[in-house]
Ligand binder design. Structure first.
Ligand code: HEC
Length: 183
């Protein structure tokens, strides 16, 4: 009887100790998130994933049809460089203390899109969803990189589509949740 009381006091002490020694978040103060989420979207994620998406295309002109595909080892390597930027950018989205947009940039073109302050609030209130969305982007981009490593065009198109869905799922929750247009 007495033994179990000691045991539980001991267990509680260990727990309290574990809590007090763990900082609320390791990333606070460690990273310097001076770039906004908007800048990461516009200048890091978007151009790099576009490079991947545009690497496979059918282009019809008056001169005929071009089937664009990554062909040489060098082209596959360049593709990988761009995919790796997107992969790691998914981690950047999770650094705490990052602003949604620099003032006075707008995140809304009117209509269904939220303002930066509204997005900030939504992310704070649903942080675990937001983390899950960023992880989904990470996972989908990993599958793109696997396709690149296998030099598999079909797999590249398929996994590129999965990335597109990962973008859309975060946007429809945190950027334009009020958009009622059919998807
Ligand atoms: C974890 C959440 C999340 C994921 C995943 C995500 N985004 Fe975003 N994105 C946002 C938020 C929040 C905004 C709205 C704030 C803003 O305007 O930047 C946004 C806005 C944008 C914008 C508009 C920027 C502007 O204001 O003009 C572009 C372009 C964009 N994202 C591209 C992408 C692409 C491409 C992907 C996938 C490869 C992606 N995003 C994945 C959260 C995400």
């Amino acid at each position: 009887m007495k033994y179990s009381v000691y045991l539980s006091v001991f267990a509680t002490a260990v727990l309290l100790n574990a809590c007090s020694s763990a900082p609320p978040s390791e990333s606070v103060g460690l990273f310097k998130p001076s770039t906004s989420i908007q800048d990461i979207m516009l200048h890091i994620i978007d151009p790099n994933i576009d490079y991947v998406w545009n690497s496979v295309a059918t282009i019809s002109t008056a001169k005929g049809t071009e089937e664009r595909r990554p062909q040489t080892d060098e082209e596959w390597q360049q593709l990988k460089q761009h995919a790796l930027v997107v992969l790691e950018a998914s981690n950047l989205l999770l650094i705490e203390g990052r602003s949604v947009a620099q003032q006075p940039a707008s995140t809304s073109s009117g209509g269904a899109e939220l303002t930066a302050a509204e997005i900030q609030k939504a992310i704070a209130a649903n942080r675990s969803d937001y983390i899950q969305r960023a992880h989904a982007l990470h996972k989908a981009t990993e599958s793109v990189i696997a396709a690149i490593d296998h030099k598999n065009v079909e797999q590249l198109v398929e996994t590129g589509g999965a990335v597109d869905q990962a973008c859309e799922q975060c946007h429809s929750q945190f950027w334009y949740p009020n958009d009622k247009r059919p998807k």
